[in-house]
Design a protein around this ligand. Sequence first.
Ligand SMILES: [Zn+2]
Length: 166
Amino acid sequence: MKDRRDKRLNFKIEDPYIDKTQYKDPTICPTCGLVYHEKTWKKDDNLKKQIEKEGSVDYKDCPACRKIKDNYPLGVIHLKGDYLKDASHKNEILNLIRHEAEKEERSNPLSRIMSIEDDKNGFIVIKTTTEGLASRLGKAIKRAHKGELEIKFSEDQKFLRVIWER
Ligand SMILES: [Zn+2]
């Protein structure tokens, strides 16, 4: 589901990891177990078992696992502000993030959180494998916790930067 904000940004980040010609059908990602079949990556354990039984399969990391290994995020979210100094607010936000990320992953298994870290100021930095997940998370936090949300492209336009502050 694309939202209005994404359209207004009027620019699509180029994802250098989505190059369908690099994968044979079928391919299994040895890191996360996704299956590449009929031009899409899916989480399907039955299909995976069936393909492995048939034998003729490539094993190669999926685009999401490659981004995670290369530390190449398409979305970076910064959560800032005194609101986060309250441990219960911080926990609520982290739970919301995990919950939204699980929902997103069900519709797009290549869309994932790469890392959640505290920076040196005690703020939270989240990296995602897709820009869509980054903007989804930012909006979910704003909906549930108010605050200010800014969504913009990085200067080199390689990733989407989402800044939430309260
Ligand atoms: Zn994978």
